[in-house]
Ligand binder design. Structure first.
Ligand code: FAD
Length: 398
């Protein structure tokens, strides 16, 4: 198999690399490269810059605003963004709800929501998980009862990422409590400003406000906000989850982080020499780099299969497990390299409000919160244990 890029793909890579060099604002790049926290306006600003170039939704059909790039070109774009240090384009609108609307939404829903997702007029959040329904998502209990021209929604969602900023939620609700659990679920689009919705922060180990609980108390949702058919929401929910896991390997970002780690380890001293020359540390670094190279080749293999088939298959589970394991190992080695320099908690620098860290080492200062934050990667998007179940059943046939 030939994994080298064709001359056309190399020309494409050079084009996006040049565009990024000209258009990525230095302050956003600095935050991304230094593990500082992004604010709502940072995400929106970058989204709109990419939208002005028409590149915000490479995976959409061209008639709805997609780029017409091949799957490999989309991958190159993601790689180049990671390499340059761009903020992410958040997945909830572009990569999650939009593919569902394109596949199952009615014409009015497509006409109304898709342009607003492209321009980031609406910030979307994902209302799937509940306190008793995570891995076993089909057990969800949030209830929607049809009452004339609207549904009345009551219940609770949890772990809602960046829901504090959201204008809209795509939400799984139970519309038939008597049917088999997968069959009584519907997919609703809910305006977060509707009376009866309250959003409560969950503060994580790194003292960040990234996730929330969302409560629904007699929330009126117009029936035209139902996607597809009532009680068929499980089909749409699964279709969306397939899209959620592609790209989750984040090879480009891990390559950038590996370069960062090597630079840090070359600067830190241990036993009178640079840490990177310590045989034990160097062996851990080498093993990580080999795994990352293997993952990159696997991603390319999956991409070439995906080009022939339409939906991403169970291989996405493999990429999720290996990708997140590598991301977590990177953060572990970063903390090991930073040593005591990573210990002081410096919110002002983390939030980008101070030019330099109080601890004196700007590279090391954000690494401990970054390490804690990345514990999430093996849980969200379907926990790694669940992905391993999928691999054993669907790939290994056990
Ligand atoms: C940072 C973060 C952001 C998130 N963002 C969102 C969001 O925006 N929207 C949203 O809807 N959800 C979100 N989630 C929720 C996420 O999808 C769930 O946390 C995840 O599906 C796991 O569910 P749970 O937390 O209820 O754990 P549980 O399902 O209770 O699992 C607990 C443990 O048991 C293991 N386990 C469970 N069942 C099995 C099994 N059958 N076989 C083997 N092991 C098993 C799990 O792997 C896990 O280790 C987010 C989660 C996190 C941590």
């Amino acid at each position: 198999m030939d994994f080298s890029y064709s001359p056309e793909d190399l020309a494409f890579r050079d084009k996006v690399r040049a565009w990024l060099a000209q258009n990525l604002p230095a302050d956003l790049q600095h935050k991304a490269l230094h593990h500082q926290r992004l604010k709502r306006d940072d995400y929106v600003r970058w989204h709109r810059i990419v939208h002005s170039q028409g590149w915000v939704a490479p995976n959409w059909p061209v008639e709805h605003g997609g780029t017409g790039w091949t799957r490999l070109q989309q991958h190159i774009w993601e790689e180049e963004c990671a390499r340059a240090g761009t903020p992410p384009i958040l997945p909830f609108g572009v990569n999650m709800v939009a593919p569902v609307l394109i596949a199952f939404g009615n014409e009015e829903q497509k006409r109304h929501y898709l342009p607003r997702i492209l321009s980031c007029e609406d910030w979307w959040c994902q209302g799937y998980s509940e306190p008793g329904a995570g891995s076993d998502l089909a057990s969800l209990k949030t209830r929607a009862v049809r009452d004339g021209d609207h549904y009345l929604v009551n219940g609770q969602k949890t772990w809602t990422t960046l829901g504090q900023h959201a204008d809209m939620m795509f939400c799984l609700v139970r519309t038939d409590p008597d049917a088999r659990k997968q069959e009584g679920i519907s997919f609703l689009l809910i305006d977060m400003k509707t009376p009866g919705i309250s959003v409560r922060p969950i503060i994580t180990l790194d003292e960040d406000h990234e996730v929330n609980e969302v409560f629904f108390d007699n929330v009126k949702v117009p029936v035209e906000n139902l996607v597809g058919e009532e009680n068929k929401g499980w089909t749409y929910a699964k279709y969306l989850l397939g899209h959620e896991r592609t790209g989750i390997a984040a090879v480009g970002r891990s390559k950038r982080e590996l370069t960062f780690l090597k630079r840090l380890a070359a600067r830190m001293q241990q036993g009178g020499r640079a840490l990177i020359e310590d045989p034990l540390f160097a062996a851990k670094l080498a093993s990580l780099e080999i795994d990352l190279m293997a993952l990159e080749v696997t991603v390319l293999r999956v991409l070439s299969q995906e080009a022939k088939r339409k939906a991403p298959g169970p291989e996405a589970s493999m990429l999720k497990v290996k990708g997140t394991e590598i991301q977590q190992r990177l953060t572990e080695l970063m903390v090991e390299a930073a040593g005591p320099l990573g210990l002081p908690f410096d919110p002002a620098y983390l939030e980008g409000e101070a030019a330099h860290s109080a601890g004196g080492d700007d590279d090391a200062a954000p690494l401990m919160p970054y390490y804690f934050n990345y514990r999430k990667t093996s849980i969200y998007g379907g926990s790694n244990e669940i992905q391993k179940n999928i691999i054993t059943q669907m790939i290994l046939g056990l």
